[in-house]
Design a protein around this ligand. Structure first.
Ligand code: FAD
Ligand code: EPU
Length: 343
């Protein structure tokens, strides 16, 4: 096991924020993971798990040992002709997995193309995009307990998936290192074309003409046109979750702000775009102290070279205050914050 002490994390987070961890180990096998967890226990060192760092904010240095999940492997557990069951290692690249499933004729993940990050991180916030969430395709999550090294398997129900939410953000927060996930995918495509941006991009074609590959390519092209590439402008995607309101509260706001977009949810509540609230408050394109709000998407906070997570979080705080004062809504930060602010 190769441990790097006082390791820089700047190239290990898509916001390119400057921070160091006490120690860092790249995990390439389950044995290496067991060894690293044993070392952390023996040295009374806390553990932080990292994938590609596309949903984290480093507010300062980490006193923990960072384990970077870099395990590889995907194989078919079984195929009954109608569905296939796959086991995929946590360190696999999510987008590469989506591409591979399509090329094999396994469907369902096409709307989730181009989401950055690893397979192991995908259940943490139940990744979602363009009208589809991971949850319905997830059959099981395999993990090791950080405190004992014990292997555990959770069923999809036990993951308690919700909008950008799961048990891994609550009761099991910081308890497990996910090692692999099992997915169950249909062999016949059932396309989900309802998301407004997707529906309008495909509006000129009839449903019979559209393939899963078309959906994949359209999602990739919409995402490229809307979201800044972190390699060019460091960012963590959406910085806040979209608020989900009770119907009455959404209706009151709609009466006051007639242009407010309102998206009805299956549970009877209404989701409203945080980007609209932030843009309405005048933040879109704002820049200060080397950080800012992207000029093309108000939900994406970017690092223009400030390198400081503290500056970014100060800006996020000020945005949240104006949104609360204007709409009475408290925005919730989507990425996980580490470092001085959060331990
Ligand atoms: P990291 O950022 O490394 O980690 C995120 C959290 O998961 C951390 O708390 C970490 O401890 C935990 N974690 C990671 N791996 C493991 C593991 N193996 N075991 C236990 N815990 C683990 N998300 C969406 O849902 N939809 C989108 O459309 C979307 N678009 C994005 C666009 C851009 C440009 C960017 C930068 C981000 C976007 N995201 C989106 C967020 C991000 O891609 C996802 O949250 C992704 O799943 C994070 O993967 P990661 O490997 O980078 O995780
Ligand atoms: N909008 C604005 N101003 C903007 C951008 C958007 O007012 O600058 C409004 C428009 O009304 C638009 C609506 O917001 O119709 C929704 O915008 P978009 O389709 O870009 O989606 P989003 O709500 O901003 C969510 C996810 C994204 C995901 C897309 C597509 C959250 C927090 N974000 O963004 O996920 O890719 O939908 O499904 O749910 C991420 O989690 O990091 C992420 C990028």
């Amino acid at each position: 096991m190769q441990i790097t002490s006082d390791a820089s994390l700047q190239t290990r987070n898509t916001l390119a924020l400057c921070a160091h961890s006490r120690a860092l180990v790249s995990i390439e096998s389950e044995n290496a993971l067991r060894e690293a967890l044993a070392w952390a226990r023996a040295n009374s060192t806390a553990v932080t798990v990292l994938g590609h760092g596309s949903n984290v904010v480093f507010a300062g240095d980490l006193s923990s040992m960072v384990l970077v999940q870099a395990t590889r492997g995907r194989h078919c557990l079984d195929d009954d002709g109608s569905h296939v069951r796959l086991r995929v290692a946590a360190g696999e690249n999510w987008h590469h997995l989506v591409e591979w499933t399509l090329s094999e004729g396994y469907f369902g993940l096409e709307n989730l193309a181009l989401i950055p990050g690893t397979v192991g991180a995908a259940p943490i916030q139940n990744i979602g995009a363009y009208g589809v969430e991971l949850g319905p395709f997830m059959e099981a999550v395999h993990a090791l307990r950080i405190d004992s090294g014990e292997a555990v398997t959770l069923s999809s129900e036990q993951c308690e998936f919700g909008y950008r939410d799961s048990v891994f953000k609550h009761r099991l927060r910081d308890q497990l290192v996910i090692t692999a996930v099992d997915l169950r995918l249909p062999r016949v495509a059932r396309l989900q074309l309802g998301y407004p941006a997707l529906a309008s991009a495909l509006a000129l074609r009839s449903e019979q003409e559209i393939s899963a590959r078309d959906v994949f390519e359209t999602v990739v092209s919409i995402r490229r046109s809307k979201l800044p590439d972190p390699a060019a402008i460091p960012n963590a995607g959406s910085f806040f979750k979209n608020p989900v309101l009770q119907k009455q509260q959404a209706a009151r706001l709609k009466a006051q702000f007639p242009d407010l977009p309102v998206y009805p949810q299956a549970d009877g509540r209404d989701k409203i775009p945080a980007a609209w609230l932030i843009e309405y408050c005048g933040w879109k394109g704002h820049r200060e102290n080397g950080v800012g709000v992207h000029p093309d998407h108000a939900l994406v906070l970017v690092n223009y070279g400030g390198d400081s997570g503290a500056c970014l979080l100060q800006l996020a705080d000020r945005i949240a205050v104006t949104v609360r004062d204007t709409f009475g809504i408290t925005l919730e930060i989507e990425p996980r914050v580490y470092g001085q602010c959060n331990g």
